[in-house]
Ligand binder design. Structure first.
Ligand code: AMP
Ligand code: MN
Ligand code: MN
Ligand code: MN
Length: 283
């Protein structure tokens, strides 16, 4: 049933969102979400709280995470849905992936110091809810609050993307490992917001075919990161590659996110929704 208000992508203070899992659940329920997943970056520490809160609001729930992967020199995000949140291989893999974030944050701060922005590491830490999960988003919030930029997208444009002073090339998990952690734990791996990557046609083809070969089964089609045209394009890609389609707002914060929980177009009826293949994983 594609006509379901499912929101299978969002972030809490356990990664780089600004709301607690329970507050997100309340907001999702108020917006009419029927099936929800909290997908914090490289972290599943909020899953029990999210699942319990979902139950209390009468929403169905799928476990979730969004794993940072390096593929063809770019960072790609792989969403995991419906896995066993106690799976030891998954827990170890995510812990390893998070492990790179501390040293990287110090390097980001060093880059910013070179252009005169002092104490950015301590500054970013003030916005961090989970000490293991310091992200560029926390630096962006610090730079906005301290008046360096007007909003977080300006910070990314001027300071935190490739070629800019606070950009640090970083090696995340491999595609193969991320898909295996999710699949071996009984879940489904989903390519997050495919239109966001700056791939050539060949690189994108490689991403989709290798993802499938490793056991990946889904792709985000309707997301807060896609325009209507991009949703159409990746709906086509889902059919071409034989992948199920997912839907999620990628909501981070009421002040920063333009797409609110559950407030996005339904999936086209011609696609197989991920929740049809995950029926036995829904809580
Ligand atoms: P990190 O995992 O530390 O590299 O941070 C990536 C996060 O930064 C993403 O998950 C988004 O939440 C945020 N982000 C990336 N690009 C932008 C942008 N252009 N504007 C605002 N936020 C962004
Ligand atoms: Mn994020
Ligand atoms: Mn993402
Ligand atoms: Mn996300």
């Amino acid at each position: 049933m594609p006509i379901l208000n499912a929101d299978l992508h969002c972030h809490s203070v356990v990664s780089d969102g600004t709301l607690e899992p329970e507050v997100l659940a309340a907001r999702a329920a108020a917006n009419g979400v029927e099936l929800w997943a909290l997908t914090d970056h490289d972290e599943i520490g909020g899953q029990l709280r999210a699942a319990e809160a979902a139950r209390s609001y009468g929403m169905k729930y799928l476990t979730g995470t969004e794993i940072s992967v390096t593929f063809a020199g770019e960072t790609v995000h792989i969403v995991g849905l419906g896995f066993d949140a106690g799976d030891p291989q998954m827990l170890r893999g995510l812990e390893q992936t998070r492990g790179g974030r501390g040293p990287r944050a110090h390097e980001i701060a060093a880059g910013l110091a070179q252009v005169g922005i002092k104490d950015a590491y301590q500054g970013a830490l003030r916005y961090v809810g989970n000490p293991e999960l310091i992200s560029r988003t926390h630096f962006a919030r610090f730079l906005v609050e301290s008046g360096v930029c007007r909003d977080t997208s300006e910070v990314f444009r001027r300071y935190l993307t490739e070629g800019k002073p606070g950009y640090v090339p970083h090696r995340w998990a491999s595609l193969k490992h991320a898909v295996a952690w999710i699949s071996d734990a009984g879940g489904m791996a989903v390519i997050a917001h495919p239109a966001r990557y700056k791939f050539t046609a060949n690189e994108e083809y490689a991403l989709f075919t290798e993802f499938k070969a490793h056991g990946g089964r889904g792709v985000e089609v309707v997301t807060g990161s896609h325009s209507a045209a991009e949703a159409l394009r990746y709906g086509e890609a889902a059919r071409e590659y034989g992948l199920a389609a997912s839907r999620g707002s990628d909501f981070h914060s009421p002040d920063e996110s333009h797409t609110d929980l559950g407030q996005l177009p339904y999936l086209p009826g011609t696609l197989t929704p991920v929740w049809e293949l995950l029926a036995d994983r829904i809580q």
